[in-house]
Design a protein around this ligand. Sequence first.
Ligand code: GLV
Ligand code: MG
Length: 343
Amino acid sequence: MRSPKDFFKPLAVGAPAPITQVPARPSRVIHFFDPSNEKMAAKVPAMVGTVDVLLGNLEDAVKADRKEAARAGLVAIAKATDFGEHTQLWTRVNALDSPWALDDLTTLVTEIGDKLDVIMVPKVQGAEDIHYVDRLLAQLEAKAGLSRPILVHAILETARGMANVEEICGASPRMQGLSLGPADLAADRRMKTTRVGGGHPGYLVRQDPVEGDIRGEVHGPRATYQQDLWHYTIARMVDACAMHGILPYYGPFGDIADVVACEDQFRNAFLLGCVGTWSLHPVQIEIAKRVFSPTAEDVAHARRVVAAMGDGTGAVMLDGKMEDDASLKQCLVIVELAERLAR
Ligand code: GLV
Ligand code: MG
Protein backbone atom coordinates (compact mmCIF):
# COMPACT_ATOMS: atom_id res chain seq x y z
CA MET A 1 0.00 0.00 0.00
CA ARG A 2 1.33 3.46 -0.91
CA SER A 3 0.77 6.70 0.87
CA PRO A 4 0.46 9.96 -1.09
CA LYS A 5 4.00 10.83 0.08
CA ASP A 6 5.28 7.92 -1.99
CA PHE A 7 4.51 9.92 -5.11
CA PHE A 8 7.91 11.41 -4.45
CA LYS A 9 9.75 8.12 -4.03
CA PRO A 10 11.50 6.03 -6.68
CA LEU A 11 9.34 3.28 -8.10
CA ALA A 12 10.27 -0.23 -9.11
CA VAL A 13 8.34 -0.67 -12.32
CA GLY A 14 10.31 -3.52 -13.81
CA ALA A 15 12.26 -1.44 -16.31
CA PRO A 16 16.03 -1.80 -16.15
CA ALA A 17 16.79 1.92 -15.92
CA PRO A 18 16.28 3.57 -12.52
CA ILE A 19 12.99 5.37 -12.78
CA THR A 20 11.82 8.15 -10.50
CA GLN A 21 8.15 8.87 -9.90
CA VAL A 22 7.04 12.42 -10.65
CA PRO A 23 5.36 14.45 -7.90
CA ALA A 24 1.58 14.64 -8.04
CA ARG A 25 0.62 17.91 -9.73
CA PRO A 26 -2.82 19.53 -9.62
CA SER A 27 -5.26 17.74 -11.90
CA ARG A 28 -8.61 19.35 -11.14
CA VAL A 29 -9.55 19.43 -14.79
CA ILE A 30 -8.72 16.78 -17.36
CA HIS A 31 -9.77 18.37 -20.64
CA PHE A 32 -10.60 15.87 -23.38
CA PHE A 33 -9.85 16.57 -27.04
CA ASP A 34 -10.18 14.45 -30.16
CA PRO A 35 -6.81 14.46 -31.95
CA SER A 36 -8.49 13.26 -35.16
CA ASN A 37 -10.52 16.46 -35.28
CA GLU A 38 -8.26 19.03 -36.90
CA LYS A 39 -10.26 22.02 -35.72
CA MET A 40 -10.20 20.81 -32.13
CA ALA A 41 -6.55 19.79 -32.30
CA ALA A 42 -5.54 23.21 -33.60
CA LYS A 43 -6.81 24.76 -30.36
CA VAL A 44 -4.65 22.56 -28.11
CA PRO A 45 -1.44 24.67 -28.03
CA ALA A 46 -3.41 27.73 -26.88
CA MET A 47 -4.89 25.73 -23.99
CA VAL A 48 -1.50 24.93 -22.47
CA GLY A 49 -1.32 26.66 -19.10
CA THR A 50 -5.10 27.10 -18.88
CA VAL A 51 -5.93 23.52 -17.85
CA ASP A 52 -4.17 21.08 -15.53
CA VAL A 53 -4.39 18.19 -17.98
CA LEU A 54 -4.90 17.95 -21.73
CA LEU A 55 -6.04 14.46 -22.68
CA GLY A 56 -5.89 13.20 -26.26
CA ASN A 57 -8.79 10.79 -26.46
CA LEU A 58 -8.42 7.77 -28.72
CA GLU A 59 -11.33 5.68 -27.37
CA ASP A 60 -15.11 6.16 -27.38
CA ALA A 61 -16.33 9.27 -29.25
CA VAL A 62 -13.64 8.67 -31.90
CA LYS A 63 -15.14 6.83 -34.86
CA ALA A 64 -13.69 3.40 -35.70
CA ASP A 65 -12.40 4.61 -39.06
CA ARG A 66 -10.66 7.60 -37.37
CA LYS A 67 -8.69 5.62 -34.75
CA GLU A 68 -5.41 5.67 -36.67
CA ALA A 69 -5.89 9.34 -37.53
CA ALA A 70 -6.48 10.13 -33.85
CA ARG A 71 -3.34 8.29 -32.80
CA ALA A 72 -1.26 10.00 -35.49
CA GLY A 73 -2.82 13.34 -34.61
CA LEU A 74 -1.87 12.95 -30.96
CA VAL A 75 1.72 12.09 -31.87
CA ALA A 76 1.93 15.19 -34.08
CA ILE A 77 0.42 17.50 -31.45
CA ALA A 78 2.64 16.15 -28.68
CA LYS A 79 5.79 16.53 -30.76
CA ALA A 80 4.92 20.08 -31.75
CA THR A 81 3.79 21.34 -28.34
CA ASP A 82 5.68 22.38 -25.23
CA PHE A 83 3.28 21.60 -22.38
CA GLY A 84 5.26 23.63 -19.85
CA GLU A 85 5.21 23.07 -16.11
CA HIS A 86 1.52 23.52 -15.44
CA THR A 87 -0.19 21.32 -17.99
CA GLN A 88 0.21 17.57 -18.18
CA LEU A 89 -0.38 15.47 -21.30
CA TRP A 90 -2.52 12.38 -20.84
CA THR A 91 -4.15 10.04 -23.29
CA ARG A 92 -7.07 7.64 -23.14
CA VAL A 93 -6.15 4.57 -25.19
CA ASN A 94 -8.63 2.12 -26.61
CA ALA A 95 -9.90 -0.75 -24.49
CA LEU A 96 -7.54 -3.69 -24.05
CA ASP A 97 -9.91 -6.05 -25.88
CA SER A 98 -10.18 -3.74 -28.91
CA PRO A 99 -8.10 -4.10 -32.09
CA TRP A 100 -6.32 -0.78 -31.40
CA ALA A 101 -4.96 -0.90 -27.83
CA LEU A 102 -1.63 -2.59 -28.56
CA ASP A 103 -0.84 -0.19 -31.41
CA ASP A 104 -1.93 2.76 -29.26
CA LEU A 105 0.47 1.83 -26.47
CA THR A 106 3.35 0.86 -28.74
CA THR A 107 3.14 3.95 -30.93
CA LEU A 108 2.55 6.47 -28.18
CA VAL A 109 5.30 5.27 -25.84
CA THR A 110 7.78 4.92 -28.68
CA GLU A 111 6.99 8.25 -30.33
CA ILE A 112 5.99 10.57 -27.47
CA GLY A 113 6.72 8.63 -24.28
CA ASP A 114 8.89 11.50 -23.04
CA LYS A 115 5.87 13.84 -23.21
CA LEU A 116 3.14 11.57 -21.84
CA ASP A 117 2.44 11.80 -18.13
CA VAL A 118 -0.47 9.40 -17.72
CA ILE A 119 -2.20 6.74 -19.81
CA MET A 120 -5.88 6.33 -19.02
CA VAL A 121 -7.05 2.76 -19.56
CA PRO A 122 -10.80 2.31 -20.11
CA LYS A 123 -13.04 -0.58 -19.05
CA VAL A 124 -10.52 -2.02 -16.60
CA GLN A 125 -11.89 -5.27 -15.18
CA GLY A 126 -9.28 -6.32 -12.67
CA ALA A 127 -5.62 -6.26 -11.64
CA GLU A 128 -4.72 -8.43 -14.65
CA ASP A 129 -5.47 -5.52 -17.02
CA ILE A 130 -3.16 -3.21 -15.09
CA HIS A 131 -0.43 -5.90 -14.91
CA TYR A 132 -0.61 -6.26 -18.70
CA VAL A 133 -0.26 -2.52 -19.29
CA ASP A 134 2.44 -2.22 -16.63
CA ARG A 135 4.67 -4.90 -18.17
CA LEU A 136 4.15 -3.60 -21.66
CA LEU A 137 5.01 -0.06 -20.58
CA ALA A 138 8.14 -1.29 -18.81
CA GLN A 139 9.37 -2.96 -22.02
CA LEU A 140 8.47 -0.04 -24.25
CA GLU A 141 10.00 2.53 -21.89
CA ALA A 142 13.21 0.53 -21.64
CA LYS A 143 13.41 0.22 -25.43
CA ALA A 144 12.76 3.94 -25.88
CA GLY A 145 15.33 4.82 -23.18
CA LEU A 146 12.81 6.76 -21.13
CA SER A 147 13.95 7.85 -17.69
CA ARG A 148 10.53 8.66 -16.22
CA PRO A 149 7.72 6.16 -15.77
CA ILE A 150 4.42 6.77 -17.51
CA LEU A 151 1.66 6.47 -14.92
CA VAL A 152 -1.60 4.57 -15.34
CA HIS A 153 -5.13 5.75 -14.63
CA ALA A 154 -8.04 3.29 -14.77
CA ILE A 155 -11.64 4.09 -15.62
CA LEU A 156 -14.17 2.28 -13.43
CA GLU A 157 -16.92 1.49 -15.84
CA THR A 158 -17.83 -2.15 -15.51
CA ALA A 159 -19.54 -4.03 -12.71
CA ARG A 160 -16.55 -6.36 -12.56
CA GLY A 161 -14.16 -3.44 -12.33
CA MET A 162 -16.23 -2.06 -9.45
CA ALA A 163 -16.10 -5.41 -7.66
CA ASN A 164 -12.31 -5.45 -8.09
CA VAL A 165 -11.72 -1.78 -7.34
CA GLU A 166 -9.30 -2.30 -4.45
CA GLU A 167 -7.07 -4.74 -6.36
CA ILE A 168 -7.06 -2.41 -9.37
CA CYS A 169 -5.81 0.50 -7.23
CA GLY A 170 -3.00 -1.62 -5.80
CA ALA A 171 -2.09 -3.48 -8.99
CA SER A 172 1.01 -1.44 -9.84
CA PRO A 173 3.10 1.38 -8.40
CA ARG A 174 2.30 3.16 -11.65
CA MET A 175 -1.32 3.59 -10.58
CA GLN A 176 -2.04 7.32 -10.52
CA GLY A 177 -5.79 7.32 -10.03
CA LEU A 178 -9.27 6.22 -11.01
CA SER A 179 -12.14 7.95 -12.78
CA LEU A 180 -15.77 7.05 -12.75
CA GLY A 181 -17.15 6.13 -16.18
CA PRO A 182 -20.85 6.61 -15.46
CA ALA A 183 -22.13 5.96 -18.99
CA ASP A 184 -20.47 2.61 -19.57
CA LEU A 185 -20.99 1.59 -15.96
CA ALA A 186 -24.72 2.35 -16.18
CA ALA A 187 -24.97 0.18 -19.29
CA ASP A 188 -22.93 -2.65 -17.78
CA ARG A 189 -25.05 -2.59 -14.63
CA ARG A 190 -28.21 -2.50 -16.76
CA MET A 191 -29.32 0.71 -15.10
CA LYS A 192 -32.37 2.21 -16.85
CA THR A 193 -30.79 5.56 -17.67
CA THR A 194 -29.72 7.09 -20.98
CA ARG A 195 -27.42 9.89 -19.79
CA VAL A 196 -23.68 10.47 -19.47
CA GLY A 197 -23.35 11.08 -15.72
CA GLY A 198 -25.46 13.30 -13.54
CA GLY A 199 -28.78 12.62 -11.86
CA HIS A 200 -32.20 11.41 -12.95
CA PRO A 201 -35.55 12.98 -12.04
CA GLY A 202 -37.05 9.53 -11.43
CA TYR A 203 -34.50 8.61 -8.76
CA LEU A 204 -36.10 10.24 -5.75
CA VAL A 205 -37.69 9.83 -2.37
CA ARG A 206 -41.07 11.28 -1.50
CA GLN A 207 -42.02 13.04 1.68
CA ASP A 208 -44.21 10.97 4.03
CA PRO A 209 -47.96 11.56 3.60
CA VAL A 210 -49.89 13.56 6.10
CA GLU A 211 -52.12 10.94 7.75
CA GLY A 212 -55.01 9.88 5.52
CA ASP A 213 -53.78 12.01 2.58
CA ILE A 214 -51.64 9.57 0.57
CA ARG A 215 -52.76 11.12 -2.75
CA GLY A 216 -52.13 14.68 -1.55
CA GLU A 217 -55.78 15.60 -2.23
CA VAL A 218 -56.23 17.53 1.02
CA HIS A 219 -52.83 18.99 1.79
CA GLY A 220 -51.48 19.29 -1.72
CA PRO A 221 -48.69 17.33 -3.44
CA ARG A 222 -46.01 15.79 -1.25
CA ALA A 223 -42.49 17.06 -1.82
CA THR A 224 -39.96 14.86 -3.60
CA TYR A 225 -36.19 14.91 -3.21
CA GLN A 226 -33.97 13.79 -6.03
CA GLN A 227 -31.23 11.42 -4.89
CA ASP A 228 -27.66 11.09 -6.15
CA LEU A 229 -27.40 8.06 -8.45
CA TRP A 230 -23.61 8.00 -8.09
CA HIS A 231 -23.16 8.39 -4.37
CA TYR A 232 -22.36 4.75 -3.60
CA THR A 233 -20.04 4.34 -6.55
CA ILE A 234 -18.04 7.52 -5.94
CA ALA A 235 -17.74 6.80 -2.21
CA ARG A 236 -16.52 3.27 -2.94
CA MET A 237 -13.99 4.55 -5.47
CA VAL A 238 -12.74 7.24 -3.08
CA ASP A 239 -12.20 4.70 -0.29
CA ALA A 240 -10.25 2.36 -2.55
CA CYS A 241 -8.07 5.20 -3.84
CA ALA A 242 -7.43 6.61 -0.36
CA MET A 243 -6.45 3.17 0.92
CA HIS A 244 -3.83 2.88 -1.84
CA GLY A 245 -2.68 6.51 -1.87
CA ILE A 246 -3.87 7.23 -5.42
CA LEU A 247 -6.24 9.90 -6.70
CA PRO A 248 -10.01 9.64 -7.37
CA TYR A 249 -11.76 11.69 -10.07
CA TYR A 250 -15.35 12.12 -11.17
CA GLY A 251 -15.66 11.59 -14.96
CA PRO A 252 -17.79 12.89 -17.81
CA PHE A 253 -20.88 15.07 -17.51
CA GLY A 254 -22.57 14.84 -20.90
CA ASP A 255 -25.21 17.56 -20.67
CA ILE A 256 -22.95 20.39 -21.77
CA ALA A 257 -25.79 22.96 -21.74
CA ASP A 258 -26.73 22.24 -18.12
CA VAL A 259 -23.85 23.98 -16.40
CA VAL A 260 -25.76 24.17 -13.11
CA ALA A 261 -26.30 20.41 -12.80
CA CYS A 262 -22.73 19.88 -13.97
CA GLU A 263 -21.45 22.06 -11.15
CA ASP A 264 -23.62 20.20 -8.63
CA GLN A 265 -22.33 16.83 -9.80
CA PHE A 266 -18.72 18.01 -9.67
CA ARG A 267 -19.23 19.50 -6.20
CA ASN A 268 -20.70 16.28 -4.80
CA ALA A 269 -17.63 14.45 -6.06
CA PHE A 270 -15.28 17.10 -4.60
CA LEU A 271 -16.97 16.96 -1.20
CA LEU A 272 -16.79 13.16 -1.20
CA GLY A 273 -13.03 13.24 -1.80
CA CYS A 274 -12.41 13.43 -5.56
CA VAL A 275 -9.53 15.67 -6.66
CA GLY A 276 -10.77 16.51 -10.14
CA THR A 277 -12.97 15.67 -13.08
CA TRP A 278 -13.11 15.45 -16.85
CA SER A 279 -14.07 18.40 -19.00
CA LEU A 280 -15.74 17.55 -22.32
CA HIS A 281 -16.25 21.12 -23.47
CA PRO A 282 -14.50 24.43 -22.71
CA VAL A 283 -17.52 25.60 -20.65
CA GLN A 284 -16.76 22.86 -18.12
CA ILE A 285 -13.16 23.97 -17.57
CA GLU A 286 -13.84 26.95 -15.32
CA ILE A 287 -16.55 25.02 -13.46
CA ALA A 288 -14.11 22.22 -12.70
CA LYS A 289 -11.31 24.56 -11.63
CA ARG A 290 -13.62 26.48 -9.32
CA VAL A 291 -15.32 23.45 -7.79
CA PHE A 292 -12.16 21.42 -7.22
CA SER A 293 -10.34 24.30 -5.50
CA PRO A 294 -11.27 25.02 -1.88
CA THR A 295 -13.10 28.33 -1.41
CA ALA A 296 -11.30 31.26 0.23
CA GLU A 297 -13.75 30.99 3.16
CA ASP A 298 -13.03 27.29 3.66
CA VAL A 299 -9.29 27.92 3.57
CA ALA A 300 -9.54 30.83 6.02
CA HIS A 301 -11.64 28.74 8.40
CA ALA A 302 -9.28 25.77 8.09
CA ARG A 303 -6.29 27.99 8.90
CA ARG A 304 -8.09 29.36 11.98
CA VAL A 305 -8.69 25.82 13.23
CA VAL A 306 -5.05 24.88 12.60
CA ALA A 307 -3.88 27.94 14.53
CA ALA A 308 -6.35 27.36 17.38
CA MET A 309 -5.33 23.73 17.75
CA GLY A 310 -1.74 24.66 18.65
CA ASP A 311 0.22 21.42 19.04
CA GLY A 312 -2.66 19.53 17.37
CA THR A 313 -3.87 17.59 20.40
CA GLY A 314 -6.84 18.04 22.67
CA ALA A 315 -9.95 20.05 21.85
CA VAL A 316 -10.87 23.75 21.56
CA MET A 317 -14.12 25.67 21.08
CA LEU A 318 -14.26 27.96 18.04
CA ASP A 319 -17.45 29.90 17.16
CA GLY A 320 -19.39 27.60 19.46
CA LYS A 321 -18.12 24.44 17.74
CA MET A 322 -15.87 21.76 19.12
CA GLU A 323 -12.63 21.23 17.20
CA ASP A 324 -10.25 18.36 17.90
CA ASP A 325 -7.56 16.20 16.30
CA ALA A 326 -10.04 14.83 13.73
CA SER A 327 -11.45 18.17 12.58
CA LEU A 328 -7.86 19.46 12.50
CA LYS A 329 -6.95 16.67 10.06
CA GLN A 330 -9.86 17.65 7.80
CA CYS A 331 -8.70 21.26 7.90
CA LEU A 332 -5.17 20.20 6.99
CA VAL A 333 -6.53 18.50 3.86
CA ILE A 334 -8.03 21.85 2.78
CA VAL A 335 -4.92 23.88 3.69
CA GLU A 336 -2.57 21.46 1.93
CA LEU A 337 -4.73 21.50 -1.20
CA ALA A 338 -4.82 25.30 -1.20
CA GLU A 339 -1.04 25.43 -0.82
CA ARG A 340 -0.46 22.92 -3.61
CA LEU A 341 -2.73 24.88 -5.94
CA ALA A 342 -0.99 28.15 -5.09
CA ARG A 343 2.43 26.83 -6.19
C1 GLV B 1 -16.83 7.24 -19.76
O1 GLV B 1 -16.02 6.71 -20.44
C2 GLV B 1 -18.11 6.69 -19.49
O2 GLV B 1 -18.38 5.59 -19.98
O3 GLV B 1 -18.88 7.34 -18.76
MG1 MG C 1 -16.71 4.81 -21.16
